[in-house]
Design a protein around this ligand. Structure first.
Ligand code: SAM
Ligand code: SF4
Length: 267
């Protein structure tokens, strides 16, 4: 569906939970995380209803599951299966930290998931544990191989540019990805509160001119833009109206978001 600025919005990123089994320093605070109340988290059925309406009435064609960590959401495989089979949905993918992928990769593929992006900022066990506040990099590496073997391809590796990304690390990641037939994407660290994404692109507003997406938060808010405070809740407005409001409020350019963080929007 076209928005006010003639952008074709056909991509919905769904944060299925704000819970996570890691605590990356650039994503979550060390303590005092405000989690969404369990009763406010959408049920799997509600998420399926949002996608069904999005596909049939608003031209949504592509879905990405994200989080928090999507693989800690109970029923995630069932959700992927239901969403992948909705009329009009052409592709489902997932962004995951990979910790649980050895367990889930084959089932996700069978359920209809096309591909995964896996976040991996360093190959060093010590640096990985520091960045993620306790994560085990070997589990992620095993998850990456499991995803590739299950055919969740192309497997893309998301590398957030952190202080540990020196020349040696860059080369190690490059050769690891080449050797394992993985695509690398480098992500500039963003600060939603200050809107420092504009610096990232060297211009005024990231890729806003070609933005094709809306975001569904796990509490049911449809957000027009990552860099904005607006969100329209499907339980408050109903699914169709929430979609319409989100489309109508999609800004030409993102500014700042000072009421959410990555772990509750999903990046
Ligand atoms: N837990 C999953 C993961 O880590 O892949 C999915 C959710 S995570 C919020 C989605 C993506 O956002 C990850 O690739 C993560 O590295 C990225 N991300 C988190 N905080 C960020 C930040 N401050 N700036 C840029 N990217 C960020
Ligand atoms: Fe969890 Fe992903 Fe955020 Fe890291 S980036 S804390 S894995 S949601």
């Amino acid at each position: 569906m076209l928005d006010r600025y003639n952008r074709n919005i056909h991509y919905l990123r769904i944060s299925v939970t704000d819970r996570c089994n890691l605590r990356c320093t650039y994503c979550m605070p060390g303590e005092g995380i405000t989690l969404i109340d369990k009763k406010d988290i959408l049920t799997l059925e509600e998420i399926v209803d949002v996608v069904t309406t999005g596909a049939s009435k608003f031209g949504i064609r592509k879905i990405r599951f994200t989080g928090g960590e999507p693989l800690v959401r109970k029923g995630i495989v069932e959700l992927v299966e239901k969403v992948s089979s909705i009329d009009g949905i052409e592709e489902t993918s997932m962004t995951t930290n990979g910790i649980l992928l050895t367990e889930y990769a084959a089932a996700l593929k069978k359920a209809g998931l096309k591909r995964v992006n896996i976040s991996l900022d360093t190959l060093s066990p010590v640096k990985f544990s520091t960045i993620t506040r306790g994560g085990d990099v070997e589990k992620v590496k095993d998850g990456i191989i499991a995803a590739r073997e299950a055919g969740l391809t192309p497997v893309k590796i998301n590398v957030v540019k952190t202080e540990v990304l020196d020349q040696e690390e860059l080369e190690a990641l490059k050769s690891y990805c080449e050797h394992n037939k993985l695509e690398i994407r480098y992500i500039n660290q963003m600060d939603l509160k200050t809107g420092t994404f504009s610096k990232v692109e060297g211009g005024s507003s990231g890729h806003c001119a070609s933005c094709n997406r809306l975001r569904l938060m796990s509490n049911g808010n449809i957000k027009p833009c990552l860099f904005g405070n607006h969100g329209f809740n499907i339980r408050e407005f109903g699914i169709e109206e929430a979609f319409k409001l989100a489309l109508d409020h999609k800004p030409l350019k993102g500014k700042i978001n000072d009421n959410h963080q990555f772990y509750n929007i999903g990046g």
